[in-house]
Design a protein around this ligand. Structure first.
Ligand code: GLU
Length: 512
């Protein structure tokens, strides 16, 4: 393969938000392009006006940006084959549909939608399904069944018509897929697909093949759901005389539901409580909101890393990859044929790993707005120490608050179970002598604090466990949180003293 020539495209239809399967397709195209120093192109396939959803294209572009999958050519970026939005290329396609008709690879079909409906109903009544194919086309209203003069009349009168592909009868098509190897399909199982619609626009099949050719695409990497279209596409290349320029094909495995039963659907996420979309999406028609990885607090790097391993493996035990490492390691040979089960827990695990690796100042920068939203003001150095103390417990930046709020706010309540179990009548007195003892320390750092608490308990013959539990109760309100001495170090003696006083005032002698 001549690396310089590699050109791949991600070709979504803006019929809704991009599902994580779509992002994975974009990712694999991106990785393949970067690995081979080729070009990654975004092409918007919006010829189906019936399914157009406002905001979907912007959503797709924003998602790719968030994921760091920057494209070399496409809407907003331009390139030598602009425009990259099929609705702006509509003048291009008709000539190719005509070329296929003239070469005997396609024909005009004048059947009205009601007539087709009628045929479908008739077939259904006999327990069959209607197919417009090599067998039925002779009985339909088209340029193969009607006399030439009638066809000319109908065309001259501007009769609405479509162009259909004339599927050759009884041929076995042998195709090669870079992931699945050889695939054979008999044309007798295929129907005559519409290539060009009565509205003057091409269907997906024609526009997709024409654009892949015109944009000099070398490899088509797309989801498995497009595999059934492959024979038609291969034949279109033949019919258009481009067989020697045909790209190579790679169909990616499906992403399966967490239980492995069937394809992960757009609905699954909200049902099972995990995102399936990269960004939050609000349905413009129903107003229904679906959660997004970004809004749930995932780092884009973690999301991408998780997606890369859905259907691809590096052949080693390595799981954590930067985008550059993925580019180095990626190859289509290591993409699996079988479906990849999505594991939401694993997605969280990836985020946790990335959170652990993030430099503390960056976490602070991300955490400050959370603190602000809680009405907390704190200096960055203290926040950094706190973040360092609790980061290993968090999966998301927002979790940092749950694990550290007590550094910023005094507890309002005290866990009654601990009061009952550990508090005693002497406890207020013990705690106030303890704080007096701690105030005398010359160096107020965790190891000294820990030692001092133990020495104090021993000297006074107080059970150290109870003392420490109650001190934690005063500082945190419960038994949670990191190392007690560390909490003390960060809070400082003055704050500890005030918290003890408050707790003692609320709990009293503990007997209520
Ligand atoms: N427009 C198709 C889609 O929405 C593109 C399929 C392909 O890549 O050929 O997925």
């Amino acid at each position: 393969m001549n690396d310089k020539n590699v050109r791949v495209r991600f070709a979504p239809s803006p019929t809704g938000p991009l599902h994580m399967g779509g992002v994975r397709t974009a990712l694999f195209n991106f990785l393949f392009a970067r690995k081979h120093n080729g070009s990654f192109i975004l092409r918007i396939e919006d010829t189906d006006q019936m399914r157009f959803v406002p905001g979907a294209e912007e959503y797709i572009i924003e998602s790719l940006q968030w994921c760091g999958l920057h494209y070399d050519e496409g809407p907003g970026v331009g390139g030598p084959h602009a425009p990259y939005r099929q609705s702006e290329r509509s003048a291009i396609y008709r000539q190719y549909a005509e070329r296929l008709v003239n070469a005997g690879w396609a024909y005009y079909a004048f059947d009205a939608p009601e007539e087709l409906d009628q045929k479908r109903k008739e077939a259904e009544a006999q327990g069959k399904s209607f197919a417009y194919d090599a067998l039925s086309r002779q009985h339909m209203k088209n340029s193969l069944s009607l006399p030439e003069s009638r066809v000319r009349e109908l065309l001259a009168a501007g009769t609405p018509h479509v162009v259909r592909f004339k599927m050759p009868p009884d041929e076995e098509i042998v195709m090669h897929d870079l992931i699945r190897g050889e695939i054979r399909v008999k044309t007798s199982t295929l129907d005559d697909k519409v290539l060009f619609k009565a509205d003057g626009l091409p269907t997906y099949h024609l526009a997709n093949v024409v654009d892949d050719f015109l944009m000099r695409i070398t490899h088509v990497i797309r989801g498995e759901e497009w595999l059934p279209s492959l024979p038609l596409h291969v034949l279109l290349y033949r019919g258009l005389g481009w067989e020697d320029k045909r790209p190579e094909f790679a169909h990616l495995p499906l992403i399966l539901k967490p239980n492995g039963q069937g394809k992960l659907s757009k609905r699954d996420g909200d049902k099972m409580g995990f995102p399936v979309f990269p960004l939050q999406w609000k349905d413009p028609e129903t107003g229904e909101v679906s959660m997004g990885y970004r809004e749930q607090g995932y780092f884009p790097e973690a999301f991408i890393n998780m997606l890369a391993l859905l259907g691809w493996n590096p052949g080693t035990e390595q799981e954590l990859f930067t985008l550059d490492e993925l580019i180095q390691a990626f190859s289509l040979d290591r993409v699996n044929k079988s479906g990849a089960r999505f594991d939401p827990e694993k997605a969280r695990w990836f985020n946790q790993q990335y959170l652990r690796k993030r430099p503390a100042p960056e976490l602070v920068r991300l955490f400050l707005p959370v603190l602000q939203s809680k009405g907390v003001r704190a200096d960055e150095n203290t926040v950094e120490r706190i973040v360092e103390t609790v980061r290993d417990r968090a999966v998301f930046v927002s979790d940092l608050w749950d694990h550290s709020w007590f550094f910023f706010q005094r507890p309002e309540t005290y866990d009654p179970a601990i009061v009952k179990k550990r508090w005693s009548e002497q406890m207020p007195e013990w705690l106030s002598s303890l704080i007096a003892h701690l105030e005398k320390l010359t160096s107020f750092t965790a190891p000294e604090i820990k030692q001092a608490i133990h020495d104090f308990a021993e000297a006074k013959s107080i059970p150290a466990g109870n003392l420490m539990n109650c001190l934690r109760l005063c500082l945190v309100g419960s038994s949670m949180g990191p190392d007690l001495a560390l909490i003390c170090e960060i809070l400082g003696t003055e704050e500890i003293k005030q918290r003890i006083e408050k707790a003692v005032a609320v709990i009293g002698n503990g007997v209520h």
